[in-house]
Write a protein that binds this ligand. Sequence first.
Ligand SMILES: [Zn+2]
Length: 353
Amino acid sequence: MRLSVAGGQPELWLRLGREIPYPTGQLRSVTLVCEAGRLFLDVTSAVPVAVHDIDPGRVAGVDVGIIHPFAAASGDAALFVSGRAIRAEERLHLADTKARASHMGRKAPRRGQRGSRRWRKLRAAQRRAETKHRRRVRLAHHQAAKSVVTWALERRVGTLAIGDLAGITTRSLGRHQNLRLRQWRRTHLVGAMRDKAQAAGIQVFKVDERATSSTCPQCGSRTTKPRGRNFACPSCGHQEHRDIVGARNIAAHSGGTTRTPVRVTHRRAGHVPARRDRRRHLWDQRRSSPAPGRPVTTGESLTGEPNRSPRFGDGSRPYRWSPGEDHASSLTTSATPARRCTRAMPRVVPRCR
Ligand SMILES: [Zn+2]
């Protein structure tokens, strides 16, 4: 493929890794992108709107969230898309970034050494990790959006009402929640969904989502925001998952009717980091303290003493003990003889929480 360049410059020819999946006549723009040393071709193409047998009067409400990227409700059907894999990827990437920074901290070049070979290698490794992470999250968003559109087409839903997320970062919600909200990439998530829906001929519009998670979808009474994942109405006793409550209220704001879901579909988006993932050794260090209400895992250590506390060593490296992790805990407890670590070294780390 030949790209246009400034006048008088030599021609720029590209050999593509795969064919452009659109007919040449439909192409609108082509941009050459460089991400972490890899070249990509960003292609925009006009795509005909697919004709499906859908009913524009049938409205589904879509609640956008972090734990469930999408929760949708229409009639007596509901859809959950789990974002667990995306959050796993995000946590692992954060842990990897921190570990990389602390490991390379003393080796990293000083200011005056910018542009040195080591500096270039370090920056390249950082960029590679960043872009890989970004691609994984984006792919997962597209998968989540696709499962919503597929679900909507199966139910002949012609209109999707999405909760409007504008302004959710205007007030501070504390260190952790602020980070979560800003890492969320919600614009990309909603954009992916809007594009796919429009290509399928489904109308999409945004709805103010205020109070949608604190209103009872059965009797309409306002309650306080639910603390956990379950919504319970103090007036009529109705109980439901809070994301479905949000989706039902959004549907109700847009002229849709919903009932308590009878058919609930569950879908997943993204891939949980593979067992062979290079960052996987960071997987078990991720919880610095047990979550409130969650029982502390206790087990027998190699020395025969039960581990009462999830913290080990000098306290600077929080570690949560779990079965099969003896070698890692012994790295931080000096009491364990070194030769026993090698014997207790597990071959695999089978876990996916
Ligand atoms: Zn109620």
